[in-house]
Design a protein around this ligand. Structure first.
Ligand SMILES: Nc1nc2c(ncn2[C@@H]2O[C@H](COP(=O)(O)OP(=O)(O)OP(=O)(O)O)[C@@H](O)[C@H]2O)c(=O)[nH]1
Ligand SMILES: [Mg+2]
Length: 326
């Protein structure tokens, strides 16, 4: 899929407050009516709203500019100006908002469910009716509205999942996501089939576990080789990682070391996350011996065999994943 946008810069501005009105009552038989200028309406706010089914920032990236409406000016007969409409910006869960210039973190919408008001609109000015006192019964002035504010924001997406899949291209990550969850990522017998992160929900006994499949990682990924690096940030907020190692691949005994080294170089705590190793493709010839070799090679790791084809090891996966994130 093209158009997976996980970073963009947008401009937002809240609405100006409407001006207060200077007006005097005009009625038949009333020679000099009192002040009746109404208040200006308030400017609209900039509001971020997390939308669960949004997956990328592409809508923001296309629109770029978000302006709330300004408040209408007040009118005679003490009529308030209408408030400006808010600009509501829909973002996917896991969206991070930064100042575009300084890159300082402004807000992390990771667990936000309700709306977050970022910029209030400018307040409307008071009309002259509000300034009448016993000493000054006919004030000829009213307040201006307060101007709204404009900001440039860098919007970033770091998806939220419980467990991230890490592995070389072709290790079977997408196949596993497909077999365990409602997600149907593309699967193919060539490397870098997956070009964007995919999320799926696995129903375990007492909870739903969100799994994230990302593009395969190759040696040098942390230096920019392949596609992996750009996507490592998407597993930086997972609770744990599942390393998939293709038992039928001749480099399988070294795969874990290479992957871990890339994660260490990348940093952000990835190499220190809780993890399990899944020897994949347990349906291939000699799988049992290959798995035994892998276990021997990694005595300090939890290593299990699985197959997305034969569903080998699947009964235990719910328990393994549940324990991993609890
Ligand atoms: N024999 C066997 N083959 C598998 C199994 N799981 C996946 N494959 C095959 O391995 C190949 C790669 O599978 P994918 O699921 O696309 O692998 P991936 O890790 O997502 O690959 P990238 O997206 O390129 O990183 C495909 O040809 C799959 O059919 C399995 O359990 N057994
Ligand atoms: Mg894949």
């Amino acid at each position: 899929m093209q158009g997976f946008i996980d970073e963009t810069v947008i401009v937002v501005s809240s609405g100006n407050g409407g001006a207060g009105c200077v007006s005097f009552r005009r009625e038949k038989y009333v020679a000099r009516g009192g002040p009746d200028g109404g208040d200006g309406g308030h400017g609209g706010a900039i509001i971020f709203r997390v939308k669960e089914n949004l997956k990328t920032l592409s809508e923001l990236h296309m629109k770029r500019v978000f302006r709330a409406q300004s408040g209408r000016p007040g009118e005679g007969r003490k009529k308030h100006g209408k408030d400006g409409e808010d600009a509501i910006i829909h973002v996917p869960p896991g969206t991070i908002i930064r100042d575009a210039e300084t890159n300082d973190l402004i807000y992390d919408l990771k667990d936000r469910v309700e709306d977050w008001v970022y910029l209030e609109g400018g307040k409307g000015g008071k009309g002259n009716a509000q300034f009448a006192t016993s000493r000054k019964q006919a004030p000829r002035y009213a307040q201006k509205g307060i101007a709204g504010e404009e900001r440039q924001l860098r919007i970033e997406l770091q998806i939220i999942a419980d467990i991230g899949f890490v592995g070389f291209p072709n290790a079977g990550k997408s196949s596993l996501l497909n077999a365990l969850t409602n997600a149907h990522p593309k699967i193919a017998a060539y490397p870098f089939t997956t070009k964007i992160p995919n999320l799926g929900v696995m129903n375990a006994d007492y909870q739903d576990i969100i799994l994230a499949d990302i593009p395969g990682i190759i040696e040098g990924a942390s230096q920019g080789a392949g596609l992996g690096y750009r996507f490592l940030k998407h597993i930086s907020r997972t609770k744990a990682l599942a390393f998939l190692i293709d038992l039928s691949d001749e480099s399988m005994l070294n795969a874990f070391d290479v992957l871990l080294e890339e994660l260490k170089t990348y940093g952000h705590g990835l190499a220190k996350k809780r993890r399990v190793i899944l020897g994949s493709k347990m349906d291939v010839d000699n799988a049992e011996e290959l798995l035994a070799e892998l276990k021997k090679r990694l005595p300090d790791e939890q290593v299990y065999g699985i197959s997305s084809f034969s569903r080998y090891g699947f009964e235990d996966l719910k328990g393994i994943f549940s324990r991993l994130i609890s």
